[in-house]
Design a binder for this molecule. Structure first.
Ligand SMILES: Nc1ncnc2c1ncn2[C@@H]1O[C@H](COP(=O)(O)OP(=O)(O)OP(=O)(O)O)[C@@H](O)[C@H]1O
Ligand SMILES: [Mg+2]
Length: 664
């Protein structure tokens, strides 16, 4: 090792400085050959003293960089002043044993002798980088903890999402961050929360062509919980953007997108953090959606119980009123005015019973006669009728997938439900619009509230006003209406809901303000053909002895009067015990007419089973204010028993009684 001594004052002092400098120093000549190194350089790169000088500077660089470096250095050395290299380059150094480490390099030409020389001071920044990385990581950890805590403490998941983009953006130094959520169909995106995102970009994100722009590999990576490059879109705040899926069980709950500052060494940590936030978000969204659905179902259930109970009692009252009115009619000739009064009261009873029927529909206590129904026939009939009646300003489009199986549902109620939905759609499009009614097949497996199997989805979509979330959250509730008093009863959707539930299906609602609403009825496919009951004609007066079991004395009194007037011999009982006694005392009883709910926990169905067991020929006619859909567990196989709905009219009672007494 020699120090050029021409003109330098105190050579010994400079040599000492050079030898003891804390940074590695390397001096090369124009050909890139090392002419001088200090001990720190030798020890940093792991060379024995004196073994570095004479070698090309490139031995200190990774193999793949050497060639480039030669070209680069030649250009620099040709005109160092024009191309200052300065200080602060971060490069990778390679030790004698081949291991690499990060270095920072300062370069400068030395004009101290006849030949130009170049000096490099080199500093090992492994520690600095490690510290920097640790710092970044702990910043990410803190941000993740903060985000998780906010989500846990938030009242609901939508509220929790609001602050997340800003937190994420500042942790990542990102110019913009957006959380996109999918609708239940997974085909529409909505920016649920964002930071640094202006309107046009927001629109572009929601329109989602970027999702199609992702290639299969990116999608697979995203769905595997990793981060993919977000395709460049116009007006983006940075060319570097990443996206990942917010995973959910079936379709993704949404996507998390961030526009990042230029890539740097800690990209892995950054992506890792980003992915972790996405997972925390997904958890929150899932929990929130599950909570909402549960609360919604529970609220509707509780309402169903309540309305069902009220409707039942109300029906009994209506039976009494209508019975008394009919007794008045039978009592003898009336003057015109009295006749009008009675007729008006009878009409009110009819209206009341129509109302209770709707309530029972909602509380899933309607009597349904499910049959196989062909969707394409139903839709064809319906779309004709609707295009004629809804008005010219509404374009009705019906479409039905090919070769759909028949659904198993009450045809009348199914049609009523579709009409109800269409009327709602019409009301939502006062200035006109499009109504699309369609049906397609759906196969369900592993679902919470639908049994595994084949279903048909009836969808009614409109381009109307849509519903804000506070309306859509309550739309299925009975009496919930936004219409003017007298315009809507608020029972339309609740009936549809009850009907679909009782038919073992599911009703879904999806709505966006100013865009439209789509309501879907998911109904099970018919398994086997079911024969419709045959109507039988009403014949002349009867004479049979009939046991009337009814715990409501008023209702009983009316039934007895009806029967007596029609020539029958009624025998009364107010509960199951006296019914048994009366039955034993009158072997001539041909038929028992009994309420299903007899008070004190007794059931007319059980009573019927019991008495039929002792006298097999006994005919039974049930009556109830509830409209039982199917006779389930606790009522045994009473499905074969005829049921008369309350309130019944006299002719209903007599004709049904005759049908039971004289079956075809
Ligand atoms: N297609 C739709 N578009 C916009 N809002 C709707 C739509 N369908 C229902 N709604 C909202 O839901 C509410 C409840 O609907 P529902 O059918 O139960 O009752 P209603 O239409 O108000 O009264 P009714 O059907 O008894 O005459 C409506 O008042 C309306 O605010
Ligand atoms: Mg309605």
């Amino acid at each position: 090792v020699t120090v050029p001594e021409d003109g330098v004052g105190d050579a010994a002092l400079f040599r000492a400085l050079f030898e003891t400098a804390p940074d590695a120093m390397v001096v090369v000549d124009r050909t890139g050959t090392i002419v001088l190194v200090n001990p720190r350089a030798e020890s940093l790169f792991g060379y024995n003293s004196g073994t570095l000088a004479g070698r090309p500077i490139e031995v200190l660089l990774p193999g793949q960089l050497r060639e480039v470096h030669v070209a680069h250095r030649t250009r620099y050395m040709d005109s160092p002043r024009l191309r200052p290299m300065g200080a602060g380059y971060e490069l990778t150094g390679v030790r004698a044993d081949g291991t690499a480490f990060p270095v920072e390099i300062g370069l400068s030409p030395i004009n101290a002798g006849p030949l130009p020389l170049f000096a490099a001071s080199i500093r090992d920044i492994s520690e600095t980088q490690r510290a920097r990385r640790a710092l970044t990581r702990s910043r990410y950890d803190a941000a993740l903890a903060d985000i998780s805590r906010r989500i846990l403490l938030a009242a609901n998941h939508e509220a929790a999402l609001v602050d997340i983009p800003q937190l994420l953006a500042s942790a990542l130094n990102a110019p913009a961050v957006a959380i996109l959520l999918t609708d239940p169909h997974g085909d529409r995106l909505r920016v649920a929360a964002a930071a640094g995102l202006e309107g046009a970009l927001r629109e572009q994100l929601q329109r989602a062509p970027w999702l199609q722009a992702l290639d299969a590999e990116d999608r697979a990576r995203m769905d595997g919980g990793q981060v993919a490059a977000f395709p460049p879109i116009e007006g983006a705040p940075s060319p570097h953007a990443v996206v990942t899926t917010l995973p959910d069980r079936r379709t993704p709950a949404g996507y998390l997108v961030a526009w990042l500052p230029p890539p740097n060494g800690s990209d892995r940590d950054r992506h890792h953090f980003f992915g972790a936030v996405a997972n925390v978000l997904s958890g929150a969204i899932q929990r929130g959606r599950a909570d909402e659905q549960l609360a919604h179902a529970q609220r509707l259930d509780a309402l169903g119980q309540l309305t069902g109970g009220i409707a039942h009692d109300f029906n009994n009252l209506l039976t009494i009123i209508s019975g008394n009115l009919q007794l008045l009619e039978m009592a003898g000739p009336m003057d015109v005015e009295t006749m009008e009064t009675v007729a008006s009261a009878s009409r009110a009873v009819e209206r009341g019973s129509a109302l209770t029927r709707k309530l029972l529909g909602f509380s899933r206590r309607q009597r349904l006669t499910p049959q196989p129904v062909r969707p394409e026939l139903l839709l064809a009939d319906l779309s004709d009728m609707l295009s004629r009646t809804l008005g010219e300003h509404i374009l009705v489009i019906a479409s039905c997938a090919d070769e759909l199986p028949a659904v198993f549902a009450d045809p009348g109620e199914l049609e009523a439900a579709l009409i109800n939905l269409a009327l709602n759609a019409r009301d939502a499009m006062p200035t006109g619009g499009k109504l699309i009614i369609s049906a397609h097949a759906l196969s369900v497996s592993g679902d919470d509230d639908l049994t595994t199997g084949a279903y048909v989805v009836f969808s009614v979509a409109d381009s109307g006003t849509g519903m804000p979330s506070e309306v859509s959250a309550r739309a299925f509730e009975p009496f919930f209406t936004t219409k003017d008093p007298g315009k809507g009863s608020g029972l339309g959707l609740s009936m549809v809901y009850g009907f679909v539930k009782q038919s073992l299906g599911r009703l879904t609602l999806e709505s966006q303000v100013d865009v439209g609403t789509r309501i879907e009825m998911i109904l099970p496919v018919a398994q086997e053909a079911v024969v419709a009951p045959m109507p039988s004609p009403v014949s002349a007066n009867g004479s049979a002895t009939v046991l009337v079991v009814e715990d409501e004395p008023e209702v009983r009194r009316i039934a007895v009067s009806f029967l007596r007037a029609a020539g029958y011999t009624p025998i009364e009982a107010g509960d199951a015990t006296s019914a048994r006694a009366a039955f034993a005392a009158h072997p001539d009883i041909e038929l028992m007419f009994t309420d299903v709910v007899l008070g004190a926990g007794d059931s007319g169905v059980e009573l019927a089973m019991e008495l039929q067991a002792t006298r097999p020929g006994l005919k039974v006619l049930l009556t109830s204010g509830y409209e039982f859909g199917s006779w389930d567990a606790d009522s045994g196989d009473a499905g074969e028993l005829e049921l008369l709905r309350k309130p019944y009219r006299r002719d209903d009672l007599i004709s049904t009684l005759q049908r039971v007494l004289n079956p075809r």
